[in-house]
Ligand binder design. Structure first.
Ligand SMILES: Nc1ncnc2c1ncn2[C@@H]1O[C@H](COP(=O)(O)OP(=O)(O)OP(=O)(O)O)[C@@H](O)[C@H]1O
Ligand SMILES: [Mg+2]
Length: 581
């Protein structure tokens, strides 16, 4: 017969500690969050032996009166909520009243605190035993010292990793907190050495610079977008930089750092067609959502949250990042920060503000990919008010090496890769056509006959309908012979038979499951094969048309394979290189 007993408080605390206090990093997280909740503006963290021997967190927050200091170590003692309904919309990091007792139950803990300079209190406890209380003169604020974590729990102590590995965990936790609360000064000391000193930072970019270097911070692109009730802000990596170093990830919701695979995938989806599949961009994103649409009480360490409306939140993230990648600031540069976009020409006297004229490469009559996206400038996504029919100011353009188009603007020089740029233009145009139909096509005077191998033949059968939507008129003629009687006409040098053959060869074996990814694959392949090539001479009209069409795409700075279509060199950078400043 089982005998049921009610567990004693110390055992209960130790069990709770199993969830809240996994390793030294969790202790640091809880103590720093308490300091932040106490309104601290400066926090000192000191660790020894990767936090295994000692962790001390000292703050200049509101401190506690003696009664509260003793209560703080009791289970379910919190100053942050009164009723369960308070959890909805709770703005503090803590609310459960279990972190301090849980930590105290598995360590030697000393808490020094004063609500005003002078009369302070020291509370000490070992393994959660009843605390000793004494006087301690100190400045306003609180310091909590945790020594010999898991000293009374050998099984858990064995799970601790090397000091180095535990230290890395602590640095990760502190990094997330430092990104979340940039207004707070953070000093970190490990084994007697100051390893991190972060002054208060005016922006996320400044804090990122203090953590990982100004050069890294400069290269990130701003995200700031509102979709319905969701605001998404932050910094993301330029596609041209992705994959050069291991990625950094920071996500927060209403000021709380969280882990969320769905949101990360949504942000990564925004990079589609700008980076090779499998590469992982650095993402630092801060979401603001209505408090009542969020449940923060779903994870013991509060590192996960539950959204009432997950789908629109993910869409908002994808849209915001996509929009950021649509700006010129996401373009590649020769070092330094990308110049501001759209390019302005006011201070460049030689510019003739040419207005778009239809020309052979022109995409002027196409509707933009997404209706909410403006189109008149290279910053197509940003100019929400402009319409596709608005004139695009075109600067004088020059072709270099029959490969690049170059021009100057107020902030620097831009080089456009004519093939990549045209690929981007055609890709978006083909995708639009596949989604909406009605492709302009040109009837051929002499139909072309193509003899295909079996694999290409199968690829054609598989995609036949899509080719027709794109403006090809093709008849099968027994076996794998095709008669092509009409083709889309992306430019005068378009070599339809070769393009069709190359596209089909590239599509063999393509069994993409979803219609959307089949559309994307076909549009990307066909765009690559149909675009003008490096080495094609372009007339001034053709260059202008390409410039305008590129300006009207949603992602003008990136081709469809993860390469750049434009590279910028700012006047600033040029002056630096020539020693002019
Ligand atoms: N550094 C500090 N400065 C001032 N008060 C503190 C500090 N640390 C803890 N307290 C007080 O002690 C209480 C208990 O802290 P504890 O971390 O155990 O619980 P909590 O923060 O309320 O909730 P949670 O368990 O979710 O962290 C807090 O509610 C707060 O009033
Ligand atoms: Mg707490």
């Amino acid at each position: 017969m089982p005998r049921i007993t009610v567990l004693d408080n110390t055992v209960v605390d130790q069990i709770a500690a199993g969830e809240v206090v996994e390793r030294p990093a969790s202790v640091v997280k809880e103590l720093v969050e308490n300091a932040l909740d106490a309104g601290a503006l400066s926090i000192d963290i000191t660790c020894e032996d990767g936090g295994r021997a000692k962790i001390r967190v000292a703050d200049d927050g509101c401190g506690m009166e003696r009664g509260d200091a003793v209560l703080a170590l009791a289970r379910h003692a919190t100053s942050k909520i009164r009723e369960s309904s308070d959890i909805v919309g709770v703005a503090s990091f803590g609310f459960r009243g279990e972190a301090l007792p849980a930590i105290a139950s598995v360590s030697h803990l000393e808490l020094d605190t004063a609500a005003a300079d002078g009369a302070g209190t020291r509370v000490t406890t070992s393994g959660g035993e009843s605390p000793n209380v004494s006087d301690a003169a100190r400045r306003r604020g609180t310091s909590v010292t945790v020594e010999r974590l898991f000293y009374n729990s050998p099984a858990r102590q064995r799970f601790l990793r090397s000091a180095r590995s535990e230290w890395r965990g602590i640095v990760d936790v502190l990094t997330l907190l430092a990104l979340t609360r940039r207004d707070v000064r953070v000093t970190v000391t490990h084994d007697g050495r100051v390893t991190l000193g972060l002054p208060p930072a005016p922006s996320l970019r400044a804090r990122v610079g203090a953590l990982w270097g100004a050069a890294f911070a400069e290269r990130l692109v701003d995200v700031d977008d509102v979709s319905g009730p969701v605001r998404v802000a932050g910094l993301v990596e330029r596609p041209a930089d992705v994959g050069t170093a291991s990625r950094r990830l920071f996500l927060s919701v209403n000021g709380r750092a969280i882990r969320d695979g769905g949101l990360v995938r949504a942000a990564e989806a925004a990079y589609r067609s700008t980076i090779p599949a499998g590469l992982r961009p650095t993402l630092l994103l801060e979401l603001t959502v209505p408090h009542d649409s969020l449940d923060v009480n779903v994870h013991p360490a509060k590192v996960e949250v539950r959204f009432r409306d997950r789908w629109p939140t993910e869409r908002a993230v994808e849209h915001a990042v996509r929009r950021a990648l649509g700006t010129g600031a996401s373009a590649a540069t020769f070092g330094g920060r990308a110049a501001a976009w759209p390019p302005t020409f006011d201070a460049t006297p030689a510019v003739d503000r040419e207005v778009l004229r239809p020309a052979p490469l022109d995409d002027a009559h196409a509707t933009p990919l997404a209706p909410h996206v403006g189109t008149a400038t290279l910053d197509s996504a940003g100019a929400a008010a402009s319409r596709e029919s608005d004139p695009v100011p075109v600067p004088p353009l020059l072709q270099l090496r029959r490969t690049y188009i170059t021009f100057e603007h107020d902030e620097g020089i831009v080089l456009i890769d004519q093939h990549s740029a045209h690929e981007r233009v055609l890709y978006e145009r083909f995708l639009r056509t596949l989604d909406r139909g009605e492709a302009p096509s040109q009837r051929l005077l002499f139909p072309i006959t193509l003899h295909l191998g079996p694999a290409e033949g199968d690829a054609f059968d598989e995609h036949r309908e899509l080719f027709e939507k794109l403006g090809f008129e093709i008849e099968g003629f027994g076996g794998h012979t095709l008669i092509v009687s009409a083709v889309p006409m992306p430019h005068p040098r378009f070599d339809a038979p070769r393009c069709l053959r190359d596209t089909l060869a590239a599509l063999t074996g393509d069994r993409s499951p979803s219609a959307a990814s089949r559309h994307e694959r076909l549009a990307a392949t066909l765009a690559c094969k149909a675009a003008i090539k490096a080495g094609d001479p372009l007339s001034p009209d053709e260059m202008r048309a390409l410039y305008t069409a590129l300006a009207r795409t949603t992602l003008p700075a990136h081709d469809v394979h993860g390469r750049s279509t434009i590279v910028q060199l700012s006047w600033d950078e040029l002056e630096r290189r020539f020693g002019r400043r």
